[in-house]
Write a new protein. Sequence first.
Length: 278
Amino acid sequence: MTPDEGTPEELSVLHYFVDEAGDPILFDRRGRVRAGTPGCSQYFMLGNLDVEDPEELRLRLDTLRAELLRDPYFKGVPSMQPENRKTAVAFHAKDDNPEVRREVFRLLSQCELRFYAVVRDKRALVKSVKQRNRSDPAYRYNQNEQYDNLVSELFRKFRYSADEVRICFAKRGASDRTNALSKALKNAENEFRNSYGFSMRWKVFVESSTPEWNTCLQAVDYFLWALQRYYERGEERFVELIWPQVFEVHELDRLEHGRRGVIFGKSRPLIAPSGDQT
């Protein structure tokens, strides 16, 4: 049957998977600056992975993990032992053996993925908090507030050309950031209506999960790990692996030409090509 004969059109669906890297900690209990000190990250970032076919990605990652677990070469690797609940349960870039990591990056490079990230330099945030305290002594920095701000920055520019948007974000401990995501998406919808004079009629579904239960969260973890290694340690090779699938990295605190915020993407790579001295 043709559409004219009454066949319903297939719904278009976007699938997003959200995770974080680093931590939002700025101060210790005595008010001393901890950002960038040993055991505390210098940057806090949030990433969103747009997955064309989540079921295919899940199947391929699960199949790869099963193959690696059967490989005698990894028999004595601690992270591959089920009782340690690491690679044997889910891929996690920080814990995975370097050879396992290489296989995961190779698989991800073959999938239809688009990655977005927002990056916060916590040193700049410390300055901002101190300035606010001078004008408002009662103000106290809240880590959840920073997470919510990054969520808003990550989603505020999105223009969804789909009937449905399904967002799954990694649950961290007992915290549930569903409200923060829902609020950010509502703000994005309002901005679209204010800019174009009409509303998009998409349906948004937000859920939280863990990498063990939702395999696609393992993929966004890998993208964020690669980006974090660049910002925290200056390691370029992992960012180079993922860059063909990176759509945008927004550094919120970098100053350039008197303005704060720099966006890196295809037209402006985060890492200059070899031989480019600019």
